[in-house]
Design a protein around this ligand. Structure first.
Ligand code: MCN
Ligand code: CUN
Length: 791
C-alpha cells in the first residue's frame, strides 16, 4: 500500500480537499442558496421528432407560485432561442419549430420553490405533430430518411461532416499486397458519463451593476464565460462564473446546456437569482452522451503475424445537434490515433458524422477526445487477427509494438508520440498476471471440455495495449470555438513564505488542490500544506480552457511548474542581494539558495519571501515581492500508455461474466502523487468494466430513450469489480517541464477492450470471434447460440 505522509514535493500524500469532503462540508452548486432565490424547471419533449403546433402557458402562469414561464418564443425575442455548440453548430435552447430528440427542452418555469416549478410544468399544454424518427445512424443518410435539421438553410439530409486521416493510396496498396486481411464491424455503443452530481446552475443578474454571476458545475469556467459573453452580448468582465466543488464530471460538464441559459434568462426576467438543477433522468436523457461510433475495421498482416496496415470507416452518431467537444480541426476528435501502439506501414480512416433524433453532445465520458473509440477498435482488430491466425494475442502484440528506440515516433496519421517503452510495460503486466500459468490453466480447462468433462465456467484472458494522446494542445493546431488551448497560472508567495497558486483548470474530483500544491512544493521547497490552490472562479483565476481530455497535468501542471521556476529565479536575485554575492554564484537546493562552495551561506525561500517584501535594496529593474505569472502553450501532446490484462470466468449456461482479475500497468511519465494516480486508474477500470458488460443508452424505433434511469442504465459497483492489481513504469515526457503525462482517462480508454477481449477469448471454443458491447448475460448467451462451433 502507498504511504501517506506529506512530502515536500511529489509523493503519495493524502488529498487536502478530502478534509471537507469526508466531513460532508463540500460546497456543491445545490448547496448554494441566495437570498430571494427562485427555482427553475424544464419541460421536455416526450417525442423524439415532432413539429410543435402550439404551446399554451396560461394555466402555468396562473399558478400562484410561478414567477415566469419562458418558451422558445420568449427567447426568440431576445435572439437566444438558438445557441452555438462547441462544434460550430447551433442548438435550440428552447424548441421553437420542432423537437428533435426525446427529452429536448421546450419550456422553462421559474417558481418560488422547486416543487411548484415542477408542478407547473404539467400545466403547460403543448400540441405536437409527431414525425418519423431517425434512430439508426447507418440509416440516417438514406434518401428517404426524414431531415432532422430543416432549421438549417438548404439542409436536405442528415449529413454533418466527412473527415479522413492517413494516406489512402498507400494503405490501399498495403492491403492489396497483404497475405491476410481481416475485416470486422465493431460498434462502440452510446454510453453516458453519469456523474454522481447532475448538472446545474444558479444565475444571478444584478440590474444595477450589470454583473451576471453564474454558479455552475462546469469543467471549463473561463471558456463558459467567454461563450456567454459572445452569445448574450454581455461584457465579459461583467460575467463571473463560479464553479464550486463538483461531484464528478467525466466530460458531462464541459458543454453549455439549455438549462444554464434558461436560468440566466430567468434571472434577467425576474430580477432574482434562479437555480436550475436537473434530475437523474434529465441528466441521462438530455446531456452529453459518449461514443456511438459504428466502425468497420480492417487489418492487413503477413501470415506470420506482422501487422502492415489498418483501415477504418466510421459512421459517427452525433445526435440532433452537433454539440461534440473537440478541437476545431478535428471533427472526429483524436480518433486518428487508431494506429495504436503498433509499428504500421500505413493507415487510413474516414469518418462521416450524421444527425439522428437523439440527445446532442458527444465525446464525453473519459474519452480523451475519441481516443477511447480508437483504442477499442485497434485492440479488437488485433484480437480478431490473432483469432484468425490462431496465435496468442500477447505474442502478436509483443511482435508488433513500437520499440523504445523508435521514439519520438511519427505515426502514419500525423502524430508524434513523445516517449515510450511499450514492451517493458506489456512484459510487466504479463509478469504480474502470471500469463503463462493462466494460459496453461485455460488449456487444461479447454482440454477437459473437449473431452466432454466440461462444466462450470470458461476462463478468458484479454489483453489491451493503449497509447493515449492527451494535453490539448498546441495553440497552432488546437482551439475550441476559436479559443487557443493554452492555460495561465499565477503564483504569489506571501511575506511569511506561504503561497497561493491560481490556476485555470477545474477539479471535479481529481485532487488538483493537492497535486498542484505538490508541484509548487517540489519546485520551491515549501510544504504543500502551505500552498493554497485557487480555481473555479473566473474573477480569481487566469484564463484557460479548463479540465477535460486529461489536459490539466500536461498543460496547467506545466504552467504551474514554469511559474514556480519563475518565482525561484526571482528569489535568486533577492537572495543575491541579501547575501551580497552575484546571482551566478548561487546554487539551488530544495527550499533555499546558497553560495556555491559555501553551503552555510544561504537563505531559505521563507527568508527570501520576507526580504522581497522588505526595504532591502534590490538591483535596478528588479521588482519587489515574490510572484509571477505565465501562460503555457504546450509544444506537443503527451502520450501516456499502458498494458492491461483482464481475466474473466464466463458461465456458458447463463452468459454471466465474472471479472476474476484485472492487471493494469500504466505509464503516465513522472507521477506527482502516485496514490491519486492509482485512484484515477481504479475509477477508470470500473468505467471499463461497466461499459464492456452493462452500460448502454438504447433507443426504441420511435426514438424513446431506454436508458433514462439507473434501473435501466446499469453502473458497475464493487460487486462487479475485482481488486485491481496495478503496476507502473515511468517514461518521462521529454517536452513537459516535469516529465508528467496525463492519466485521468487512461484506464477508461484502455480497459473496455481488455474486458471484451477476455470474454471473447473465453468464448473462442464456441467459434465466437466478435460481439458488441455491452456483453450482458443475454448478449453473451446469444453470441454462443449464434456461433458455429470452432474446429
Ligand atoms: N496526476 C499525477 N501524476 C501524473 C498525472 C496526473 O499525479 N503524471 C494527477 C493530477 O495532478 C491530477 C490527477 O492525477 O490530480 C488527474 O490528472 P490529469 O491526468 O491531468 O487529468 P485532469 O486533471 O485533466 O482530469 C481530467 C480527467 C478527465 S478528462 C475525466 S473525463 C475524468 C478524470 O480526469 N473525470 C473525473 N478523472 C476523474 N476523476 C474524478 N474523481 N472525477 C471525474 O469527474
Ligand atoms: Cu471526454 S471526458 Mo474528460 O475529457 O472531461
Amino acid at each position: 500500500m502507498t504511504t501517506v505522509e506529506t512530502p515536500m514535493g511529489y509523493g503519495s500524500m493524502r488529498r487536502k480537499e478530502d478534509a471537507r469532503f469526508i466531513r460532508g462540508r463540500g460546497n456543491y452548486v445545490d448547496d448554494v442558496t441566495l437570498p430571494g432565490m427562485l427555482y427553475g424547471a424544464v419541460l421536455r419533449s416526450p417525442f423524439a421528432h415532432a413539429r410543435i403546433v402550439s404551446i399554451d402557458t396560461k394555466a402555468a402562469e396562473a399558478h400562484p407560485k410561478v414567477r415566469a414561464v419562458i418558451t422558445g418564443a420568449t427567447l426568440e425575442g431576445l435572439k437566444l432561442a438558438w445557441m452555438p455548440t462547441l462544434s460550430y453548430d447551433t442548438q435550440a435552447v428552447l424548441a421553437t419549430d420542432k423537437v428533435r430528440f426525446q427529452g429536448q427542452e421546450v419550456a422553462f418555469v421559474v417558481a418560488e420553490d422547486r416543487y411548484a416549478a415542477r408542478d407547473a410544468l404539467e400545466l403547460i399544454d403543448v400540441e405536437y405533430d409527431p414525425l418519423p424518427a431517425v434512430v439508426d445512424a447507418r440509416r440516417a443518410l438514406d434518401p428517404d430518411a426524414p431531415v432532422i435539421r430543416d432549421d438549417k438553410e438548404g439542409k436536405s439530409n442528415n449529413h454533418i461532416f466527412d473527415w479522413s486521416s492517413g494516406d489512402k493510396e498507400k494503405t490501399d496498396r498495403a492491403f492489396a499486397e497483404a497475405e491476410i486481411v481481416v475485416a470486422q464491424d465493431v460498434l462502440y455503443p452510446r454510453v453516458h458519463p453519469a456523474p454522481l452530481e447532475t448538472c446545474g446552475a444558479i444565475a444571478d443578474f444584478d440590474k444595477v451593476t450589470g454583473k451576471l454571476t453564474i454558479w455552475c458545475n462546469t469543467q471549463a469556467p473561463h471558456a463558459h464565460r467567454t461563450v456567454y459573453a459572445m452569445v448574450a452580448g454581455l461584457p465579459e468582465h461583467k460575467i463571473r462564473i463560479i464553479s464550486p466543488d463538483i461531484g464528478g464530471g467525466f466530460g458531462n460538464k464541459v458543454g453549455i446546456y439549455p438549462g444554464y441559459v434558461c436560468a440566466v434568462v430567468g434571472s434577467i426576467v425576474t430580477g432574482k437569482p434562479v437555480k436550475w438543477m436537473e434530475d437523474r433522468s434529465e441528466n441521462l436523457m438530455s446531456t452529453s452522451f459518449a461514443r456511438d461510433y459504428h466502425m468497420r475495421g480492417e487489418i492487413a498482416a503477413t501470415r506470420d503475424g506482422k501487422i502492415k496496415a489498418v483501415r477504418v470507416s466510421v459512421i459517427a452518431d452525433h445526435g440532433a445537434f452537433n454539440g461534440t467537444a473537440q478541437p476545431t480541426k478535428f471533427p472526429a476528435g483524436f480518433f486518428h490515433v487508431f494506429t495504436g501502439s503498433y509499428d504500421l506501414e500505413a493507415a487510413y480512416c474516414d469518418v462521416t458524422g450524421v444527425y439522428t433524433n437523439k440527445a446532442p453532445g458527444g465525446v464525453a465520458y473519459a474519452c480523451s477526445f475519441r481516443v477511447t473509440e480508437a483504442v477499442y477498435l485497434v485492440e479488437r482488430m488485433v484480437d480478431v487477427l490473432a483469432y484468425e491466425l490462431h496465435t496468442d494475442p500477447a505474442a502478436l502484440r509483443m511482435r508488433n509494438l513500437l520499440r523504445p528506440e523508435q521514439f519520438p515516433y511519427a505515426s502514419p496519421t500525423g502524430w508524434e508520440y513523445d516517449s515510450g517503452d511499450y514492451p517493458r510495460a506489456l512484459a510487466l503486466a504479463m509478469d504480474i498476471a502470471g500469463y503463462d500459468d493462466l494460459r496453461a490453466e485455460q488449456a487444461a480447462q479447454r482440454a477437459r471440455w473437449a473431452a466432454g468433462e466440461g462444466g462450470g465456467t470458461l476462463t478468458g484472458i484479454g489483453i489491451s495495449f493503449f497509447t493515449e494522446a492527451v494535453g490539448a494542445g498546441p495553440r497552432k493546431h488546437m482551439d475550441i470555438l476559436g479559443l487557443g488551448m493554452a492555460d495561465g497560472a499565477e503564483l504569489r508567495v506571501h511575506p511569511t513564505g506561504k503561497a497561493v497558486l491560481r490556476i485555470s483548470v477545474q477539479s471535479q474530483g481529481q485532487g488538483h488542490e493537492t497535486t498542484y500544491a505538490q508541484i509548487v512544493a517540489e519546485e520551491l521547497g515549501i510544504s504543500p500544506d502551505d500552498i493554497e490552490v485557487v480555481h473555479g472562479d473566473t474573477d480569481q483565476t487566469p484564463f484557460g480552457l479548463g479540465t477535460y481530455g486529461s489536459r490539466s497535468t500536461p498543460v496547467s501542471g506545466a504552467a504551474t511548474a514554469v511559474v514556480a521556476r519563475k518565482v525561484r529565479d526571482r528569489a535568486r536575485i533577492v537572495a543575491s542581494a541579501m547575501l551580497e554575492v552575484s546571482p551566478d554564484d548561487l546554487e539551488w537546493e530544495k527550499g533555499r539558495w546558497f553560495v556555491r562552495g559555501d553551503p552555510d551561506q544561504g537563505r531559505t525561500i521563507t527568508e527570501i519571501a520576507l526580504a522581497a517584501h522588505s526595504s532591502l535594496e534590490l538591483p535596478e529593474g528588479v521588482e519587489g515581492h515574490l510572484d509571477a505569472t505565465t501562460v503555457y502553450n504546450p509544444p506537443n501532446l503527451t502520450f501516456p500508455f499502458g498494458a492491461y490484462i483482464c481475466v474473466v470466468d464466463v458461465d456458458p449456461g447463463t452468459g454471466q461474466v465474472k471479472v476474476r482479475r484485472f492487471i493494469a500497468v500504466d505509464d503516465c511519465g513522472v507521477r506527482i502523487n502516485p496514490m491519486i494516480v492509482e485512484g484515477q486508474v481504479h475509477g477508470g477500470l470500473a468505467d471499463g468494466v461497466g461499459m464492456a458488460l452493462m452500460e448502454l443508452i438504447a433507443f426504441d424505433p420511435d426514438g424513446n430513450c431506454l436508458g433514462a434511469s439507473f434501473m435501466d442504465y446499469l453502473l458497475p459497483t464493487s460487486m462487479e469489480c475485482p481488486s485491481w492489481e496495478l503496476g507502473a513504469t515511468v517514461t518521462p515526457s521529454p517536452h513537459h517541464p516535469i516529465g508528467a503525462k496525463g492519466v485521468g482517462e487512461s484506464a477508461t480508454v484502455g480497459s473496455p477492450a481488455a474486458v471484451v477481449n477476455a470474454v471473447l477469448d473465453a468464448l473462442k471454443p464456441y467459434g465466437v470471434r466478435h460481439a458488441d458491447m455491452p456483453l450482458t448475460p443475454a448478449a453473451v448467451w446469444r453470441a454462443i447460440q449464434g456461433a458455429p462451433l470452432r474446429t
